[in-house]
Write a protein that binds this ligand. Structure first.
Ligand SMILES: *Cc1c(COP(=O)(O)O)cnc(C)c1O
Length: 426
């Protein structure tokens, strides 16, 4: 399958699996998110097959795309889940996910969220501060439970990615500073209602090379050894997520290559220094599983050529796909039908009243008003970051299975957006 998730032209028309994308846009309207089940499975299975024969668990990072249908497909593939809120926990459970395969990340878990997770018996809390550790201990004690805990360590590794998605440097809000980690583990083992089982990190997102992951792994391994000397024996090591996607044809390390390299390193160390003891390895991939499995379809409303720039005003906007506005992100744009029109250098912009509302800049495309385009690699952090800014209803979502299209989230109506609001008679 192509890196763009089962997207290919058949003649002049763009298909996803065996579905004509323009026909989907006509049937379901635009803007429209469309996901390929085959592409989703292919990427999850790349992780799973590289992990075969190892004690490893792939915990899909729900925040990348939390549609129930996506979660359900992955649960049926045997995925675990990495959640960052109580809401995500309820989504995973509603989608048939196994609580014993759920890990809970995040720097600001509330007491209510931790209680909810304790009541469902999740696999592990990835704790990010001493204060959180103490609160979790108190809450677990109050409900007569022992909370399984991993400490998220900040290994001070430069992920060399966009500053908004770099999370492994000393000055980020995430994780426990590597220098304070030993003391934090010592305190954690003293707390009566916690069971300290692991160590984790997540150094950033959209990493194209696995060098920084391997650097972080070395630091975690050193720490596990130091802890073992003190009698604190960990049974799981979680490398986080963050593997990148070739949005612009960049060279990226393959999923299998990275996973095999990491597991081989752990095996070598375990046999030499860890007495062959059990150590489960966890991965928390989001983007690398779901980004290429999704496209955003949009219709060209107006063409507005100008003296400085040529604007193609489309019906999708920053509220549908925030990544360009937020991160200056680049997404490939393809017309759903190749047409005989002059190729012009267009900026694709949305209807939202912000100059930052753009989806793609300076693209040579043959476009006419009314034409449809696909914005590729939109499966991750697309719909998941969508908002209702400008009272714009969020798009519908479709899951494709071969020649079949399944509506997996209906389009919002404007009334949906204000149905919770009231006007006091003041
Ligand atoms: C966001 C996040 C992930 C997933 O990152 P991707 O870049 O989508 O793979 C994994 N773990 C944690 C803790 C995260 O915050």
């Amino acid at each position: 399958m192509s890196p763009s998730g089962g997207i290919a032209y058949r003649g002049t028309r763009l298909f996803i699996e065996d579905c004509d994308l323009a026909a989907l846009a006509d049937e379901f309207g635009t803007p429209l998110y469309v996901y390929s089940r085959a592409a989703l499975q292919e990427r999850f299975r790349a992780y799973a097959s590289a992990c075969a024969g190892h004690d490893a668990l792939i915990c899909y990072a729900v925040k990348a795309n939390s549609n129930l249908a996506i979660l359900n497909q992955l649960a049926r593939e045997g995925a675990g889940f990495d959640i960052v809120s109580g809401g995500e926990l309820l989504r995973v459970l509603a989608a048939g996910g196994d609580p014993k395969r759920i890990i809970f990340s995040g720097v600001g878990k509330s007491a209510a969220e931790m209680e909810l997770a304790l009541s469902h018996g999740i696999a592990c809390f990835n704790v990010e501060s001493l204060s959180e550790l103490r609160l979790l201990d108190r809450l677990a004690g109050a409900c007569g439970k022992t909370a399984p805990v991993s400490l998220r360590v900040n290994p001070d590794v430069d992920a060399k990615t966009h500053p908004y998605v770099a999370t492994g440097l000393r000055d980020t809000k995430f994780g426990i500073d590597i220098d304070g980690a030993l003391a934090a583990f010592r305190e954690a083992t003293m707390l009566p209602n916690l069971r300290v089982i692991g160590i984790d990190c997540h150094i950033g997102s959209q990493l194209l090379d696995d060098g920084p992951f391997m650097q972080a792994l070395e630091r975690l391994i050193e720490l596990i050894d130091e802890l073992a000397h003190e009698g604190i024996v960990l049974t799981h090591l979680d490398l986080g997520g963050g593997l990148g996607v070739a949005y612009q044809g960049e060279a990226t390390v393959a999923i299998e290559e990275y996973v095999r390299r990491a597991l081989a390193r752990v095996d070598r160390w375990r046999e030499q220094f860890h007495g062959g003891a059990a150590l489960r390895v966890l991965f928390e991939p989001g983007r690398s599983i779901v980004a290429a499995a999704g496209v955003l379809l949009s219709r060209v409303q107006y063409l507005k050529p100008g003296s400085a720039r040529n604007y193609a005003i489309v019906d999708a906007a920053m509220n549908d796909l925030l990544r360009p506005a937020l991160y200056d992100a680049w997404h490939e744009v393809l017309p759903l039908e190749k047409v005989d029109a002059p190729v012009v250098n267009w900026d694709l912009v949305g209807p939202v009243c912000e100059s930052g509302d753009w989806l793609a800049r300076a693209r040579d495309l043959a476009l006419r008003e009314g034409d449809l385009v696909a914005i590729l690699n939109a499966g991750a952090y697309g719909m998941a970051m969508a908002s209702n800014y400008n009272t714009r209803p969020r798009a519908a979502e479709i899951l494709i299975d071969g020649a079949h299209a399944h509506l997996v989230r209906k389009r919002e109506t404007p009334e949906d957006l204000f149905c919770g609001e009231t006007m006091p008679a003041l």
